[in-house]
Design a protein around this ligand. Structure first.
Ligand SMILES: [Zn+2]
Ligand SMILES: [Zn+2]
Ligand SMILES: [Zn+2]
Length: 174
């Protein structure tokens, strides 16, 4: 039995290769970031949280990045007997193993709903962010705060304090 997590973070990712690949896809954040089309690395653009439980506030807002309200997640295992790599993935026709590039076998499709929980911007205090600026590992969401335009890239906590002071200085000058 596959144990699906109650919450899952989904990233919108764009292929980072220099060739003609223009692939973009939704991926499970923290798992394989290999482009399914060309094998290069995908670049995380934005992250949203999804939950197994259906939200009561469905259809009340349109996500500006275009994240779907519902996304299907499966558990993928590599079909190559010697590899046996497994991970949670966004369900799609073909998922390739990031280690051996064999196609993976998908099982146990589950629906996840876009989470309507809002988060607070650590820089300006805006409290209606639809994404978590930093995850528990301190990795930035690569989203932009609509109030202060701050881009949440990978920062250490002490730098957040510095950025906050800078922001307050700037807004006082206005
Ligand atoms: Zn690609
Ligand atoms: Zn494999
Ligand atoms: Zn902000």
């Amino acid at each position: 039995m596959i144990r699906f997590p109650n919450e899952i973070a989904i990233a919108y990712a764009i292929c980072n290769s220099n060739n003609d690949c223009t692939n973009n896809e939704f991926i499970v954040d923290g798992q394989s970031q290999m482009c399914n089309k060309c094998g290069e690395l995908l670049y995380r653009e934005s992250v949203r949280n999804y939950t197994l439980k259906e939200s009561l506030r469905k259809n009340t807002f349109n996500d500006e990045v275009g994240f779907p309200n519902i996304i299907e997640i499966s558990y993928a295992t590599c079909k190559n007997g010697e590899c046996d790599y497994g991970e949670f993935v966004v369900s799609k026709e073909l998922v390739k193993c990031q280690y051996c590039e064999n196609s993976m076998h998908l099982e146990g499709k589950k629906k996840y709903y876009l989470s309507y929980e809002t988060f607070i911007c650590p820089i300006c205090g805006y409290d209606k962010l639809f994404f978590e600026p930093y995850d528990k590992f301190g990795r930035g969401s690569y989203d932009i705060c609509p109030n202060c335009d701050f881009l949440f890239f990978n920062l250490k906590t002490d730098n957040i304090e510095k950025e906050k002071i800078e922001y307050l200085k700037k807004s006082n000058r206005r």
